[in-house]
Design a protein around this ligand. Structure first.
Ligand code: NAD
Length: 471
């Protein structure tokens, strides 16, 4: 690892603030040893005691809300979503504290089909889980897997993105105030080199990030012979069918496409509208998109934050240029601007798009909403499924039955019906990623916790059985 190789940039001003401070190999090794030494004490606590520690942590996070919001705003340049992240993590702690004890209770003993044999079971947590997370929701995605892993009895070593390291210090202050937890939670700065080192030091890895890095992590995890839970990119479609409430659909899709300036895995990145609804939907969408403003000059102004990572601005520009060259028409927005040294992109509605364009096939990760006219529901489903990704989708129709008939045919892990991007808030429905959007157990719902346990059965024979060889 090269100390200080990565330069931390302010997304609002473009200024370089400082060099990243990753641990040395020796420091990382010591940290891992400390976490491993403490984990047996943590896992020996009852699930209820661990839940109580998580609730105490929640109180500390709530008390440090202002510091955390300020640090996340410095990391990402946006304010509204920073507030949302802190509140979401507080809610996650409350939910897992409430649900984990029942989920961790051993199943009742049962008789095997072979007479006289009783089966009992329990779960054995992976001692140390590595969490590697991206820059788009630094706090939320740093903790979304860490919290259920902790509830399950694991220790966690978290490495957020090098792009957004400022929230680590205030967050770790909250952890330090919960002594039992402080022994089993560590968060380090670092770039890909630190991430790669962590994969070789842990017993399971929960990775959130891009498809190319996910593939690298999967290969490294296979070599290390540990499970990898991969939550990767998306190109979520929204389908709007005839008879849908277009006011609702246009507002919801615009929010799903532009919140966090489109920098969400579950952003709506392409829209298919049935012919008879197309003109009115487009009119409403453009009218609403034009009302959104950059959150500039102050983070509390406007709605759309900056492009967080400079490299992403280049991707957005490339996708826009490709679309325009191939005949797309800009209905509003349409370019990456420089404001105060940062990069900003206004909500951009594109029409006359098709699947030969990058903007319809590759993850853009910006507030770009390409809209395509389709003949009917079959056509919409066919195009929605024409993707390398399969994270989630949205369907709007005149009634739930019609929407469900389309939703049922989508090859994605979650479908918001008469709404969009609901998986941002509703974490209780189990879902697997389809295609390149991920691999491994569901991050949502009860299965999220069981990913961090190995199931063990005890097969108990209390009968006096004859000698199995000579009876
Ligand atoms: P990225 O893949 O560039 O980086 C993600 C993390 O991996 C970072 O912490 C990085 O330092 C680390 N990393 C890089 N190389 C590594 C290596 N060889 N070994 C181990 N770790 C390594 O992703 P990003 O640009 O930070 O985030 C944006 C991507 O994340 C988008 O594709 C987005 O869709 C995806 N994402 C997915 C979800 C989801 O839940 N499916 C959620 C949010 C973001």
């Amino acid at each position: 690892m090269t100390v200080g190789a990565y330069q931390v940039r302010d997304p609002r001003t473009g200024e370089i603030e400082r060099a990243l401070r990753p641990p040395t190999s020796a420091e990382l090794g010591d940290l891992v040893a400390r976490l491993r030494a403490a984990q047996p004490r943590w896992t020996a606590l009852t699930p209820e005691r661990r839940a109580t520690a998580l609730l105490t942590w929640r109180e500390e996070i709530d008390a440090a809300r202002d510091e955390l919001v300020a640090a996340l705003t410095a990391d990402t340049g946006r304010l509204t979503e920073s507030v949302m992240e802190v509140d979401a993590v507080s809610g996650m702690l409350e939910r897992w504290a409430a649900q984990a004890p029942a989920l961790l209770a051993p199943p009742p003993p049962r008789q095997a089909t072979i007479p006289g044999i009783e089966i009992r079971g329990d779960g054995v947590p992976y001692p140390l889980v590595g969490v590697i997370s991206p820059w788009n929701f630094p706090l939320l995605l740093g903790l979304i897997d860490a919290i259920p892993a902790l509830a399950a009895g694991c220790a966690v070593l978290i490495k957020p993105s090098e792009v957004t390291p400022r929230f680590i210090a205030p967050l770790m202050t909250t952890v330090a105030r919960v002594p039992e937890l402080a022994e089993v939670v560590a968060m380090v700065e670092g770039d890909g080199a630190t991430g790669a080192a962590i994969v070789n030091l842990v017993d399971a890895v929960a990775f959130t990030g891009s498809v190319p890095t996910g593939r690298t992590v999967a290969a490294a995890a296979a070599t290390a012979f540990i499970p990898a839970f991969l939550e990767l990119g998306g190109k979520d479609p929204a389908i709007v069918l005839a008879g849908a409430d277009l006011d609702r659909a246009s507002s919801s899709i615009l929010w799903g496409a532009t919140t966090n300036a489109g920098q969400s895995c579950l952003s709506i990145e392409r829209v298919y509208v049935e012919d008879s609804a197309y003109d009115e939907f487009l009119r409403m969408l453009v009218e609403k998109a034009e009302r959104l403003r950059p959150a500039y000059p102050e983070p509390g102004d406007g709605q759309i934050g900056p492009v967080i990572d400079l490299a992403q601005a280049v991707v957005i520009e490339r996708h826009l240029a490709d679309a325009l060259e191939k005949g797309a028409v800009v209905r509003c927005g349409g370019q990456v601007e420089r404001l105060g040294g940062g990069r900003w992109c206004r909500p951009t509605v594109l029409t006359d798009v098709d699947h030969d364009m990058l903007v319809m096939t590759e993850e853009t990760f910006g507030p770009i909403v390409p809209v395509m006219r389709v003949r009917d529901a079959d056509h919409a489903v066919e195009l929605a499924n024409d993707s390398a990704y399969g994270l989630s989708a949205a369907v709007f129709a005149a009634d739930t039955a019609t929407a469900m008939a389309a939703a049922d045919r989508l090859r994605v892990g979650a479908v918001s019906v008469n709404d969009s991007a609901l998986t941002a808030f509703v974490h209780e429905g189990e879902k697997n990623s389809f295609n390149a959007s991920g691999l491994g157990g569901s991050r949502m719902g009860p299965a999220s916790l069981s990913r961090f346990l190995r199931r063990r059965s005890y097969l108990i024979n209390e009968t006096t059985r004859p000698d199995p060889w000579w009876h």
